[in-house]
Design a protein around this ligand. Structure first.
Ligand SMILES: [Zn+2]
Length: 277
């Protein structure tokens, strides 16, 4: 974050409740103008007060949001880019393994893959190289423009507003679900879009991680301006179940390629539950 980053006050915020229970929660950390709260029923952690619509747009419209902290130096051999490539290949391998276990037994080879929060399109470009037919959704205009420059079809906006045609064989969201205003609505939209034998893959920071528990309000990933939902393996199961999914894999090890070096984040794979007649 640079000195030019917008400064927000209580007037830019709104109160929200747990997206699963409607509970106002109990305060965990007080970080004015924000609060970090935990649902008293299901234990899902969320930010309230949090930035509301116009202020949030102002935050994400900063060019340096993506140019700076999120992707770091985008030159080919920068440490950030080397890690991105390791994660991408580890995650695509995990997805391929889940796909071959799924009933169809297909992987790559013309399957449709959608990424929401596709950033600069680096993951999509690699997935395309493995034979997937790829498509992205990205809120940041500069990032979406860069993706179009790779000749990848990308919708600039929110997933719930994107004109998409189901079914997709694979839907991915890397470090996105903690940012969206309503994660249940996003997951329900993904449930509509995914094939009945499809695979969903997500990564997100987790609140029960060691860095979070040790560093508490100094946890570097807390970032209450942008990370407005904080999950645990347990609350991710609850949330995804409500949207019609079963968690099939949870990858927490910082030694796994899909999650390399990440002490406070995890990767989950989901399969859709059969629709009840
Ligand atoms: Zn709750």
């Amino acid at each position: 974050m640079t000195d030019s980053a917008p400064v927000f006050s209580a007037a830019d915020t709104e109160q929200v409740t747990c997206c699963l229970c409607g509970d106002a929660g109990k305060q965990v950390y007080d970080l004015p103008p924000y609060g970090v709260r935990r649902c008293t029923r299901c234990t899902l952690v969320f930010v309230s007060p949090r930035l509301q619509g116009p202020a949030l747009s102002r935050f994400y419209d900063q060019v340096d949001y993506f140019e700076g902290g999120v992707y770091g130096d985008r030159s080919r051999w920068s440490p950030a880019m080397v890690l991105q490539r390791i994660w991408t290949s580890g995650r695509l391998d995990r997805i391929a393994r889940a796909r071959s276990a799924a009933s169809s037994g297909r992987s790559g080879g013309g399957q449709r893959l959608l990424e929401f929060g596709s950033g600069y399109g680096l993951f999509l470009a690699t997935a395309r190289g493995r034979g997937y037919q790829v498509q992205g959704v990205e809120l940041s205009r500069p990032a979406a423009e860069a993706t179009k420059g790779l000749d990848i079809d990308v919708y600039c906006g929110q997933l719930v507003d994107a004109p998409l045609t189901s079914p997709y064989d694979v839907i991915c969201g890397w470090d996105t679900l903690e940012h969206v205003p309503d994660p249940l609505a996003v997951l329900r939209r993904i449930r509509e879009l995914i094939a009945e034998d499809g695979t969903v893959a997500l990564s997100t920071p987790y609140f029960s991680s060691l860095p979070s528990r040790l560093l508490r309000e100094r946890w570097w990933t807390l970032k209450p301006t942008e990370h407005i939902w904080h999950y645990t393996p347990y609350t991710l199961r609850l949330l995804t179940a409500r949207a019609g999914f079963t968690v099939t894999d949870v990858i927490r090890s910082p030694l796994a390629r899909a999650n390399l070096t990440r002490l406070d984040s995890l990767v989950v794979l989901l399969r859709p539950n059969p629709v009840r007649p």
